[in-house]
Design a protein around this ligand. Structure first.
Ligand code: SF4
Length: 240
């Protein structure tokens, strides 16, 4: 059976972002990313600095570890990376295993790859990266993903754009125009992911800036602006 490259598992905690914000969840973080975002807050999933922490695990081994960590104290598992969409069949098996136990699967990916198991994800967040990341969006791929999810997907899917500056905001608007029927979440970027101590005042300042952009903008009437909730509480600490 296909194994998955897992770099960390933790929880239960509260999901701090996107469509499942506020939900109690376990986290499974996979290793490897096809992007190199300049402001990546989880570069350890691809830059080699934590390669010794990567384990190739079968879906049932991941399930067993989650149970050992939390027993039955969770009903949702968030799978993030890196880019979980780099993983094929093993992920589909893991998602089916979660469903057999009545557990929801929430996944975030940047929309650079398609996997057929997207159809089975309960909450799929597609998070294309704005210009400040230094990455270029593959629009053909993104259009294909959004089209398949719209026409054949049964799961809730949404878009999330992290916004650092005016150019990113314009990018988020172009996403909203391109996929007007898909819920869009905007989130201010964290400009210093290594700062220690209480960063909530800085993050709230950026949230207020983003609020003001959206409030003044008739082109964003259906977008939702959210903080990184967990960062307001736990700041830049990892594994929270
Ligand atoms: Fe980091 Fe996500 Fe960008 Fe990959 S897509 S480099 S994990 S921010």
């Amino acid at each position: 059976m296909s194994k998955l490259p897992v770099i960390e598992m933790f929880g239960p905690t509260i999901q701090g972002e996107g469509a499942v914000i506020g939900v109690k969840t376990m986290f499974v973080r996979t290793y490897g990313c096809d992007y190199r975002c300049g402001w990546c807050d989880s570069a350890f999933t691809w830059d080699g600095s934590a390669k010794d922490k990567v384990r190739m695990l079968a879906p049932e081994e991941i399930m067993a570890e989650l149970n050992a960590l939390a027993g039955d104290n969770f009903g949702c598992v968030t799978i993030s990376g890196g880019n979980p969409a780099l993983i094929g069949e093993g992920m589909g098996t893991f998602i089916r295993m979660l469903h057999e136990r009545g557990i929801q699967a929430a996944i975030e990916t940047q929309g650079s790859r398609w996997q057929d198991w997207f159809y089975d994800v309960d909450v799929l967040t597609v998070s294309p990266k704005p210009p400040s990341s230094g990455m270029k969006t593959n629009w053909e791929m993104l259009d294909g993903i959004m089209d398949k999810m719209k026409t054949q997907g049964s799961s809730a899917h949404s878009l999330k754009v992290v916004v650092f500056d005016d150019e990113d905001y314009q990018y988020a608007k172009s996403i909203h125009r391109r996929y007007p029927d898909v819920p869009l979440y905007l989130q201010p970027g964290n400009e210093n992911v290594t700062e220690e101590g209480d960063i909530s005042a800085r993050l709230l300042g950026r949230l207020e800036w983003l609020f003001k952009q959206v409030i003044a903008d008739p082109g964003m009437n259906k977008a939702r602006v959210l903080p990184q909730l967990h960062a307001l509480i736990w700041h830049n600490k990892r594994g929270k």
